[in-house]
Write a protein that binds this ligand. Sequence first.
Ligand code: PNS
Length: 183
Amino acid sequence: MIAIYPGSFDPITLGHLDVMERGCQLFERMIVAVLRNPGKTPFFTVAQRLDQIRLATQHLSNIEVDSFDGLTVNYAKLRQAKVIIRGLRVVSDFEKELQMAHTNKTLAPEIETVFLATSTERGFLSSSVVKEIARFGGSVDHLVPKHVALDIYTKCYGKTQPDSAPTATNPITQMSPSVEQQA
Ligand code: PNS
């Protein structure tokens, strides 16, 4: 049975990768489908995201990475997929995901949505969280595959490491430790 795993993946996180690895064990073939959404300005281009996902999933033999536009169910039909996979992290995901599953069911009753619970340690993780941390100079090495972290740092800072030394407006916090000790 073929399953598609649609999403923005902007960028792929270790949470997504966890869903991909588990989906590959459940289905004969899994197609990761990146939505081409002209209405959104993405962090990474579709081509970059496809490359990032392909590199991250090299160890999975029954996975394919593709992009699509239009309705997910139409893409699923085109690829003869009977299942749409979505990851569930926290309860707040559920409302939106259930609505999407119901909508897709009205459009294509023959296609089932299967929810995979992401591992508990990745429950907080999202592409938005990753981008937020990176924008404020934090390390995302523990949240995304290594090559994706390098892409993020290069895009944010033009170099392969974040510069996360904070600055402050309070003069006391700007003092060097030796000055603080003397005070
Ligand atoms: O990673 P995301 O952004 O949560 O993925 C959402 C996605 C791409 C799966 C969803 O927005 C989608 O399926 N978009 C395609 C349009 C569509 O089929 N809409 C009907 C379902 S509400």
